[in-house]
Ligand binder design. Structure first.
Ligand code: ADP
Ligand code: ZN
Ligand code: ZN
Length: 751
């Protein structure tokens, strides 16, 4: 291998062996490879060292894109063996110094390869060698003020005249899209006018539209007090947690704070969970601020996301409204970061570079010395615990400015009940009551498909996935058994594949079956089902939700997708069908998650001018968590859970680092982790940590690979970091084989 390599840490260390060569510069580059090192290349003399600029680099037999991190006059390596760069891609840096520092921090904190982290901070569009392309729009304008010349066209060339007339009416010019509306064949007409020097074109910023909100709601006394407390703290770092029940006006506070920052000439990043970016919110921001905001989410193309990134970077958009990765938007004057629904799991990236956008955002705010506002009706235990720290402030919002409080959660005891497609008779009573009173009903069932279990009664055969340790779910609409983990599908067997018995049965209820059952039972009532099988895009979701907007009685069925973010005032009843499974889950997070779901789902009801109800059907009304729901608020139960975590020594009262490995054979995965464990054990203070494993992961086989894990739990965070910094270099250098892949997950979400 002719490439010379230096470890991450050499970025900040001074090299000890000084080789005195005046030129060229030895430059360090980040390359998107899963390797814990940076790469050195020679930079031509006439290249200014601009960190954050992309270069094309020779790499083994081909080329790679690298981001310049820094350069020096000396190298630890034999200068003769350092290859020159091939070509510079960007005239200006695409990542600023702050973003590079953030990437460096992420790489160190999350123990992820710097090269991959740096590329994670770029919009997907720029991760290859694509040139920066302009995101401005081409606008055509009149090039003449000679009205007579235009008037001349009226008779001779009506089509040209038509376009000129439109231009006269709009001095700011017309875009291609607008011209197309006037004349579908506008191209040739405009070209003719350009030839006559009547029209010219220019690159323009997107035409901005002003806000349309006529009247802003007067802040409620609670809101006014919170705004009054946050406003004087806007000029330095602090984390503000808005702990406010659903519909208590948190968004209204964000919007007011955004206004304050825009008034001060600053820009704002406003993050929402993947599913929280609803049209309702976009519309609300638009009314408030006009179109001076950029939107970025996974439903957009790479180029559209790049456009949003670029508009924000150039300051043309003052607000970046988007999901997780929008956090890596850059601008000159960031003045505030907002994380709505901060407890939401979608802020955590679980593949590729593992990070938690909320935590990175807090770090970013700290580095820039700006405030960050977190909001949730069901704050994460992490954030609740953080509020005991100095720079954290917690504010409570306990009232809805619009009429009714969220309904208390009511348990429906269904021990010894008969069920029809998962609903007990008492659920039907409620549903009918609310429909008769012209209310809308929401039924939450977090299981898509028709039935989750397919089996033979004779011999006990079960339909299992060939590639995962998981059951196959019956999907009747496509006559298939599907694996929800790997996508494997097979047709429904006519007879038992084991014993040949001619009846294969299914058990349990999914949304597909629920929809079918309700449709038969209530033929006159529109049933709107929302889950991943029927919603392929945001547009499809929007179309389905239109039914709810009408306010007419209907039943909304759905999975996670309907649990949060939506504000439909006509919903008066929320039903949770199957909460019981989570009560006995092996995950230590299960109760926190269940609690958040129950409070979020119940909070969808009673948001309009009628009081709402929320019911949970359970076979275990005596379970401590179920009993707590009846007596306590989210906050009180969360405090109890936090005490429990502290007693057991689980996060957030302890820190966790998980090593994971997967391979075609379990023994290979376990062996890799055994090697890692052996390295860890050589570190000083290792004995102060709890090390669990290596052992097979909870779902051992997934997508054809066996998975194992090694978990480090620490009460003492410093000890944990110390152990890792002692042995990570050795762990990174462990011989790698193509058979096993492994990864590190710092602050792993689950054990
Ligand atoms: P949250 O973000 O906590 O769910 P929102 O800010 O969306 O709450 O507010 C819920 C509803 O109450 C919205 O329809 C919003 O327009 C309305 N609202 C919020 N604050 C006020 C206020 N001060 N006066 C009147 N209506 C308000
Ligand atoms: Zn059988
Ligand atoms: Zn599978």
């Amino acid at each position: 291998m002719r490439l010379s390599v230096t470890r991450n840490s050499s970025m900040i260390q001074l090299s000890t062996r000084v080789v005195c060569v005046p030129q060229p510069h030895f430059a360090r580059f980040a390359i998107a490879l899963p390797l814990y090192r940076v790469f050195e290349y020679a930079l031509p003399e006439d290249h200014p060292v601009m960190a954050g600029t992309r270069y094309r680099l020779p790499f083994t037999n081909g080329t790679r894109t690298g981001v310049l991190l820094g350069a020096s006059l000396t190298s630890e390596f034999d200068p003769a063996r350092i290859k020159p760069v091939q070509e510079r891609i960007d005239p200006q840096p695409v990542l600023d110094q702050h973003m590079l520092s953030l990437a460096q921090w992420m790489s160190e904190y999350y123990l992820q390869p710097l090269g991959e982290v740096v590329f994670q901070c770029l919009p997907g569009y720029l991760r290859g060698a694509r040139q920066h392309s302009s995101t401005r729009v081409k606008c055509w304008l009149l090039a003449t003020s000679d009205v007579a010349q235009i008037e001349n066209l009226r008779q001779r060339s009506p089509r040209q005249f038509e376009i000129c007339q439109a231009m006269l009416a709009r001095q700011s010019g017309l875009t291609a899209l607008e011209l197309k509306n006037i004349n579908p064949n506008w191209h040739s007409v405009v070209r003719a006018l350009e030839d006559k020097k009547i029209l010219r074109w220019e690159w323009m910023e997107r035409i901005t539209s002003p806000p349309t909100a006529s009247e802003l709601p007067e802040p409620s006394p609670e809101q006014a007090q919170i705004l009054g407390e946050i406003e004087p703290r806007l000029d330095s770092f602090a984390a503000h947690l808005l702990d406010g029940i659903t519909g208590s006006g948190k968004t209204e506070i964000y919007l007011r704070l955004i206004q304050l920052r825009l008034d001060a000439g600053m820009q704002v990043i406003y993050l929402v969970p993947e599913i929280g970016l609803t049209n309702q919110l976009i519309e609300r921001v638009n009314q408030r601020f006009g179109n001076c905001f950029a939107i970025s989410h996974s439903g957009l193309t790479e180029f559209q996301r790049y456009q949003a990134w670029d508009r924000f970077r150039r300051g043309e958009a003052s607000i970046m409204l988007g999901t997780r990765s929008s956090l890596f938007s850059q601008c000159d004057n960031l003045g505030l970061i907002i994380i709505d629904e901060e407890h939401d799991h979608s802020y955590r990236q679980e593949d590729g570079i593992r990070y938690h956008a909320r935590d990175v955002a807090i770090k970013r705010a700290q580095m820039l010395d700006i405030p960050i506002v977190l909001g949730s009706a069901t704050p994460s235990l992490e954030s609740i615990r953080n509020c005991t720290r100095d720079t954290y402030y917690r504010y409570r919002l306990d009232r809805r400015p619009t009429r009714f409080p969220p309904p208390p959660i009511e348990l429906i005891d269904v021990r010894n009940s008969r069920f029809d497609f998962g609903c007990s008779a008492r659920i039907f009573e409620r549903v009918e009551q609310h429909l008769a009173a012209s209310g809308q009903v929401l039924i939450y069932l977090n299981r898509r498909g028709y039935a989750p279990i397919v089996m033979c009664h004779e011999c006990g055969w079960q339909a299992l996935c060939r590639h995962c340790d998981a059951r196959l779910t019956l999907h009747q609409s496509v006559h298939s058994l599907l694996c929800h983990h790997c996508g494997f599908s097979q047709s429904v067997p006519e007879a038992c594949p084991e014993c040949g018995h001619d009846e294969v049965k299914h058990y349990g209820i999914g949304t597909e079956q629920l929809e079918q059952g309700l449709q038969l039972r209530y033929p006159q009532t529109p049933i709107v089902r929302i889950d991943r099988d029927v919603i392929a895009s945001r547009e499809a979701l929007k179309a389905r939700l239109q039914q709810l907007q009408s306010g007419e009685p209907c039943i909304l069925i759905g999975t996670q997708m309907i649990a949060k973010g939506h504000d439909y005032p006509a919903i008066t009843l929320s039903v949770v069908l199957d909460a019981d499974q989570a009560l006995f889950s092996a995950s230590y997070r299960a109760s926190e998650r269940l609690l958040q779901t129950l409070f979020q789902v119940s909070g969808r009801s009673g948001r309009g001018d009628r009081e709402g109800e929320a019911v949970v059907q359970t076979r275990f009304p005596e379970h401590p968590l179920m009993r707590a729901l009846l007596r306590q608020s989210y906050r009180e139960i969360a405090d109890d859970l936090l005490r429990e975590r502290s007693d057991f020594g689980f996060p957030p009262c302890a820190r966790v680092v998980m090593f994971r490995a997967d391979a075609i054979e379990l023994k290979d995965a376990l062996e890799k982790l055994e090697q890692i464990r052996a390295q860890l054990a050589t570190a000083k203070r290792f004995d102060t940590l709890t090390c669990v494993g290596p052992m097979p992961a909870l779902m051992t086989r997934r997508i054809g690979r066996y998975r194992a894990q090694l978990c480090l739990l620490a009460q003492d965070y410093q000890a944990l970091r110390s152990v890792l910094s002692q042995v990570m270099p050795a762990i990174e250098e462990l011989p790698s084989t193509s058979r096993v892949s492994w990864s590190i997950d710092v602050d792993a979400y689950d054990l």
